[in-house]
Design a protein around this ligand. Structure first.
Ligand code: FE2
Ligand code: FE2
Length: 170
């Protein structure tokens, strides 16, 4: 139950649900609302779980990976991205399901999330695999799984100040 694996599994599920929305026609508003509801809940709970269990540990032991110089940079970028994803998700909620505006809001959330996942996988997750022990990855994986299982319908999306987050968790 490696936390980096659980995070990547969630990413795959997020990609799958965005693709599923693309496959559902506009008039199937009940299905679109249901799949978006599930995806929005996953996006919010996933970001919160990472902020509680992954990034605080990365800040302590990471050294930077790929095109990032430090765990602090990786974390700061991630919190900024999570805020963007939360805001993009809230924007979807403001639109009428199945309309052109709604599709465009979903596409924006998909873009913000895809860009973030690619960076997180290349930097933070790689950094953590290089510097965390298997025991620690397993221990945090259990915490991550517990939190997510307790929040299947999502969490209240609250933006965080990246600098403040780093100060509190360093
Ligand atoms: Fe993630
Ligand atoms: Fe993330």
């Amino acid at each position: 139950m490696d936390i980096t694996r659980l995070i990547e599994d969630d990413h795959a599920e997020q990609r799958r649900l965005f693709a599923l929305i693309d496959d559902i026609p506009d008039f199937e508003t009940g299905a679109l609302a249901a799949v978006w509801g599930r995806l929005g809940a996953l996006l919010d709970a996933h970001a919160e779980a990472e902020e509680r269990f992954f990034y605080p540990e990365l800040l302590k032991i990471g050294k930077g990976a790929a095109d990032s110089d430090s765990a602090k940079d990786e974390t700061k970028d991630a919190i900024k991205d999570h805020n963007e994803i939360r805001d993009a998700g809230s924007a979807v909620e403001q639109c009428k399901v199945g309309t052109k505006e709604w599709r465009s809001a979903v596409a924006k959330a998909n873009k913000a999330n895809s860009d973030h996942m690619a960076e997180e996988e290349r930097q933070g997750l790689a950094d953590f695999r290089q510097h965390a022990s298997l025991d620690e990855r397993q221990h945090l994986g259990v915490r991550f799984a517990e939190f997510q299982s307790n929040h299947l319908t999502g969490v209240k999306p609250v933006d965080k100040d990246p600098d403040e987050y780093i100060r509190e968790n360093q």
